[in-house]
Ligand binder design. Structure first.
Ligand code: ATP
Ligand code: MG
Length: 102
């Protein structure tokens, strides 16, 4: 996980070294009920993905003013990359509001 900031933006980039996001859902990820997780991905369990995890995370982040984007690392690297960017003004406004609420 990496963080950068300047006067205009705050940016978080989270990446992993897994298989990457399946290419067929890469441009739709974040929509509800979108899943490619199979039961055997959970170590032989019976649980399928509901396809709600990324949707919920993205929805909550966007509600804080963030823009969220998904890519994969480029071969020969592998893994998913999620970039979350806030306008700095919006980020600081949120912090001030929470301080006020206490
Ligand atoms: N870090 C990741 N690497 C590779 N694929 C991912 C990653 N995160 C999500 N995905 C893909 O995106 C799909 C949607 O993810 P999401 O977390 O929304 O659903 P899920 O994990 O399948 O189910 P749920 O989170 O509701 O239990 C996953 O099924 C998986 O195919
Ligand atoms: Mg999930």
């Amino acid at each position: 996980m990496n963080a950068w900031w300047n006067n205009d933006h705050i940016e978080l980039v989270i990446s992993d070294d897994g298989p990457g996001i399946p290419p067929d859902i890469l441009n739709r990820i974040g929509e509800p009920y979108l899943s490619r997780r199979r039961p055997q991905d959970d170590g032989g369990g019976e649980r399928r993905g509901l396809g709600l995890g990324v949707f919920i995370a993205r929805t909550l982040l966007e509600r804080t003013g963030a823009k969220v984007s998904f890519t994969n690392r480029i071969f020969p690297d592998h893994g998913a990359v999620v970039q979350i960017t806030w306008p700095r003004q919006r980020f600081e406004a949120t912090e001030t509001l929470e301080e006020t609420i206490g």
